[in-house]
Design a binder for this molecule. Structure first.
Ligand code: AMP
Ligand code: ZN
Length: 112
């Protein structure tokens, strides 16, 4: 499958890995928008939030179980933000479900 994040998970394209378990891979965003900007992705290819179903939602649960561990690893003791962009209007540029974990500073209140 021609998917950038599947290739990163498979190690075919290099990444700066932060965390990995059997269902989740996390790596530093190449264009960070905060002092900490990690992409947390399910290893299973799911195109986006619009493709989550009862059959694949355990992969999403695994992502959210990993996020507090990754936040600890990154020293985000004062909070953080988790964002997923979906589809055209959401400006999703990579069609493999991913969650931006951003923090390390006081983030702007505005989300849109
Ligand atoms: P989105 O726009 O929500 O789909 O997010 C895609 C993110 O992937 C962007 O923040 C990009 O900076 C990031 N990105 C694209 N290519 C790479 C890469 N090879 N390694 C790490 N992050 C990447
Ligand atoms: Zn993929």
């Amino acid at each position: 499958m021609d998917c950038l994040f599947c290739k990163i998970i498979a190690g075919e394209i290099p990444s700066s890995k932060v965390y990995e378990d059997d269902k989740v891979y996390a790596f530093r965003d190449i264009n960070p928008q905060a002092p900490v900007h990690v992409l947390v992705v399910p290893k299973e290819h799911i195109a986006g939030a619009d493709s989550i179903t009862a059959e694949n939602s355990s992969a999403v649960a695994a992502v959210f179980e990993a996020i507090p561990k990754i936040a600890d690893l990154e020293g985000l003791t004062n909070g953080y933000r988790v964002i997923t962009n979906c589809g055209e209007d959401g400006c999703q540029s990579v069609r493999h479900l991913h969650f931006h974990l951003v923090g390390g500073k006081k983030l702007p209140e505005s989300m849109a």
